[in-house]
Design a protein around this ligand. Sequence first.
Ligand SMILES: Cc1cc2nc3c(=O)[nH]c(=O)nc-3n(C[C@H](O)[C@H](O)[C@H](O)COP(=O)(O)OP(=O)(O)OC[C@H]3O[C@@H](n4cnc5c(N)ncnc54)[C@H](O)[C@@H]3O)c2cc1C
Length: 451
Amino acid sequence: MSHLAALTKLLGPDASLISDPDITSSYSRDQAPFAKSAPPFAVLLAHSAEEISIALKYANQEKISVVTRGAGSGLSGGANASADSLVISLEKMNQILEIDAANQIARVQAGVINLDLDTAASKLGLAYLPDPASRDWSSLGGNAATNAGGMCCVKYGVTSAHVRAMQVVLASGEIIELGKATKKSVTTYDMLHLFIGSEGTLGIITELTLNLEIRPHSPATLIATFPSVAKAAAASAQLLRFKPSMLEIVDQTTLKAVEAWHPLGFEIAGSVLIMQLDENLHRCEEALEVCKNFDLIDGVFSEDPADTADLIRVRKMAYPALERMGATLLDDVALPITKIAEFVEKVEALSASSGLTIGIFGHAGDGNMHPTIVHDHGDAAAATLAQKVFGEIVAIAQSLGGTASGEHGIGSIKSSLVADEISPTVMDLQRSIKRVFDPHSILNPGKKFPL
Ligand SMILES: Cc1cc2nc3c(=O)[nH]c(=O)nc-3n(C[C@H](O)[C@H](O)[C@H](O)COP(=O)(O)OP(=O)(O)OC[C@H]3O[C@@H](n4cnc5c(N)ncnc54)[C@H](O)[C@@H]3O)c2cc1C
């Protein structure tokens, strides 16, 4: 009997097991441009942890690769399938099971879209804070599996700071609970956080218990221009004292791309910082005074929510403006914020020596930079060069004490770069952990680190 026939029989007539190639092909990849992928032999649109358990038990016994998929918004090829794999999609498991306002928690199925939870929480004066730019379509399970970040994470921390407990289906098919709904729990080894950022390689997250916070005050927004990235980066380190709920940087290459699309008046700036304060709102003037120590060209701020969209537009337009110039490859390195200026200088030199445009923008407040390599669509040689430069940018970050990924994950496009920043002993320990949870390596094999 084929695997498809066996799974159909085991899962029963109510299961949504799809093998139509017109449909399975749309489950073959995420948003990463150069990662390998192929349509899987089948896609299970799971309705429950029990269904996933049945499928995993069979896959484990038959040693079939299983790729878990949230919304497919990933940027590292993490949800990419191979022809011999089964994709398990969580998109149908999209129920908010409970919002407990008194305990400030929500219990959700893993397929719930991030923004849907925040919208529901907002009706009670609460907020689900982690805010990846993809929050209107990425799933909370995917956010947990990649430990997603976002702009407000400089103040509130990335997804891992907001997860209290989860339900997971192991490769064996066993359903387990990790963590507690309590705010504090140190009873066991912290296996909960081992699963956060595990990118579908240790188990399938089916349910999450998440922190909700009292909804922050609507922020004051400040925008400041500087003659160079070095000055803006140095200023950003000093602005952390104001406890920003957003602190973003945009370099001149990116500003030029934005100006070419929508002139916003930044043509003379070497760099721009955008900061939001959801407390200390009255300290914007003081923050601008600090910026003057770093050759501030100009700065404005407003507490009027109507102005916010205008003031942050340049940051929102950064990536789409670069995308207009050609095919893009988006890096996601993180480094000590005191090293941002040196990093940008080195990437600019790499841009000059490679002849490739590289725009740099990112989360200055937590050192998470997104250098974006641009090359001509359809130019195979330039695409190959861009992939090489992508790895070289990671190497620059690593040489400055940084890391290959700050929030997008390693997936398949960066797995070969992991060994460059951890010792062989730590790599062996990582592989040992993988073997404990997934002895036959059926879960997302080859992702996160090389097999
Ligand atoms: C325009 C755009 C903007 C973005 N902005 C940000 C940003 O600001 N910050 C940020 O961090 N990311 C960002 N991303 C990347 C992406 O949205 C995040 O990585 C997100 O967390 C992925 O969620 P997803 O549901 O789409 O997961 P997928 O892409 O489907 O999967 C991502 C990984 O998680 C695994 N996975 C998914 N669901 C589960 C589960 N239930 N159990 C176990 N493993 C699972 C997959 O196997 C895969 O390895 C952006 C992407 C786009 C396209």
